[in-house]
Design a binder for this molecule. Structure first.
Ligand SMILES: [Zn+2]
Length: 311
């Protein structure tokens, strides 16, 4: 047994020997596996025993690779009284090598445990990529409709309400990367007003906002850039109005279409707040059904060669 261990130790670097055999600790934030997010298994660097699955790795920001669970039977625990602390030491069940410590301070994980492990005590083995299927899928030649659908896949949609939709549409229509803009209504009482008209919305009683749908190519323009424009083209600190346009239908709103948009919009609002004296009143809400407005509202300013509807 002793001889076996000697053989195992021969393969270790001095740093690995210090950790695995002398029960040392590597300096935090120095391990090469700390930020490793690849799929695979983590093995004892001394004997190859499989100890952790990449699925249980999480970011604890403690400076050492952290896992919330070890493979059954792969480790043993010992009381560690060194350094004036009582800690639970984690050792390899196969070779007894020191790996790190166990702390019960990770309530965000399924087990609540944090295996705080020296990167140098582990070797990572990436998961083998699944073999390609024998029969490659036959790809039919794209028809026109198909390629149109493909094109559509590449676009994203944003919805903004920032006062008179003629203005909002015109502001975004001309941006590079914006493919299409449509004005309409969103966020109202769909049961009571299943097909809202401009006249109904303009009463301010329907709950609908004059909203602009913006279809854009995320490769050419980011949602963040659209948000920046959004804060520029109106005064989001005004409540239920924009300049001369007064009414609930002129409320400043961001209707997010995806969870990512929600995050970006929230962050952007926080950032924009620094530039306004008053509190930003803009509401960030999940997008609902979008009702296209009457044709004569579409690209209203463009058709008239105007830049703004404020005279
Ligand atoms: Zn081992």
């Amino acid at each position: 047994m002793k001889k076996e261990k000697e053989i195992l130790n021969k393969n270790l670097s001095p740093e690995q020997y210090h950790v695995l055999v002398e029960r040392g600790t590597e300096r935090p934030f120095t391990g090469k596996l700390l930020y490793n997010k690849k799929k695979g298994s983590y093995r004892c660097a001394r004997c190859g025993n499989v100890i952790f699955d990449s699925k249980t790795k999480f970011d604890s920001s403690c400076g050492w690779p952290s896992f919330y669970d070890a493979k059954k039977g792969s480790v043993k625990f010992k009381k560690d009284f060194r350094d004036l602390m009582i800690r639970t030491e984690v050792v390899c069940a196969k070779c007894g090598g020191h790996l790190g410590h166990l702390f019960k301070d990770a309530p965000q994980t399924p087990t609540g445990n944090r295996f705080c492990i020296n990167s140098i005590a582990l070797n990572f083995k990436p998961e083998k990529k699944k073999q390609a299927k024998r029969k490659p899928l036959k790809v039919p030649k794209p028809t026109k409709a198909r390629s149109r659908a493909k094109q559509k896949e590449k676009t994203e949609t944003a919805f903004f309400a920032a006062g008179c939709f003629w203005n909002v549409e015109e502001a975004f229509r001309t941006m590079r990367g914006v493919k299409e803009t449509i004005v309409g209504y969103m966020g109202g009482d769909e049961k009571k007003y299943p097909n809202p008209s401009y006249w109904q919305v303009s009463t301010g009683k329907t709950g609908y906002e004059e909203t602009t749908e913006i279809i854009f190519d995320p490769k050419k323009i980011s949602y963040e850039k659209l948000l920046k424009k959004f804060w520029k083209i109106h005064d989001p600190t005004q409540i239920n109005r924009q300049g001369p346009d007064v009414g609930k239908e002129y409320k400043s709103m961001i209707f997010y279409a995806t969870p990512k948009q929600k995050l970006l919009a929230t962050a952007s609002k926080k950032e924009a707040q620094k530039k306004f004296k008053g509190k930003i009143a803009t509401e960030i809400r999940k997008a609902e059904k979008f009702y296209r407005a009457e044709d004569y509202h579409q690209k209203y300013l463009m058709k008239r060669g105007l830049k703004t509807c404020r005279f």
